[in-house]
Design a protein around this ligand. Structure first.
Ligand SMILES: *[C@@H]1O[C@H](CO)[C@@H](O)[C@H](O)[C@H]1NC(C)=O
Ligand SMILES: *[C@@H]1O[C@H](CO)[C@@H](O)[C@H](O)[C@H]1NC(C)=O
Length: 183
């Protein structure tokens, strides 16, 4: 995967609140960024392969609300704020709910969030400010590594990403504490 950073530090906010039950109500994902051009843009779904959709940086809200992709959280009554981020891909003769997972390439610390048909995905959560996080349960920066109280991480960026020949400006997740690697 080759990429350059065109902007950084995109946090995500939930535009409407999640309900209990199996799946939340639909919501937009909106970037909260230090970069004015990215701030308040809503993500849109973009084609990354057969039945694979990515998170492309879209236009500013509220201008393009109708065009922004809507997502739902597959959650539980007990824990409405955490679960699988899901997108419904509508094709010619099918509709399929796709959970988000992360595509990792060994060469980089930048992982690409993608929706693909699967029963499994990457757990995410939304905090009291509506910001999307992922949780870690370990500290491996000490020897020996040990389990820690669940810690929320917000390592979202937007980057020019390349996945199966599709180059877009997309959401990205950076693994580890360092910024996205560039050559
Ligand atoms: C981002 O948008 C919020 C309002 O939604 C605003 O308060 C903030 O100043 C903006 N930041 C930048 C860098 O544009
Ligand atoms: C998410 O919820 C929808 C609606 O209940 C369901 O059809 C879909 O299979 C769920 N996805 C996963 C990965 O559990």
């Amino acid at each position: 995967m080759k990429f350059t950073i065109s902007s950084a530090a995109a946090l995500l906010s939930l535009a409407s609140s999640a309900l209990a039950a199996q799946q939340s109500r639909p919501f937009y994902l909106v970037a909260v960024s230090h970069f004015a051009a990215i701030n308040n843009t809503a993500f849109v779904a973009c084609h990354e392969g057969a039945a694979i959709e990515g998170f492309c940086v879209g236009q500013k809200i509220p201008k393009t609300k109708a065009e922004a992709a809507t997502y739902r959280l597959n959650n539980t009554k007990q824990n409405p704020d955490e679960g699988l981020l899901s997108y419904q891909l509508v094709g010619n003769k099918f509709k399929v709910w796709e959970p988000m997972s992360l595509s990792h390439d060994v060469a980089t610390n930048v992982a690409i969030p993608l929706f693909m048909p699967s029963d499994e995905g990457q757990q995410v959560g939304f905090d009291e400010h509506g910001l999307m996080y992922m949780k870690t349960y370990i500290n491996d920066m000490v020897n020996p590594p040990h389990a820690v109280k669940p810690k929320k991480l917000y390592r979202w960026y937007t980057c020019t990403t390349l996945y199966s020949s599709y180059e877009y400006h997309t959401l990205a997740w950076v693994t580890g504490k360092s910024p996205p690697e560039v050559s």
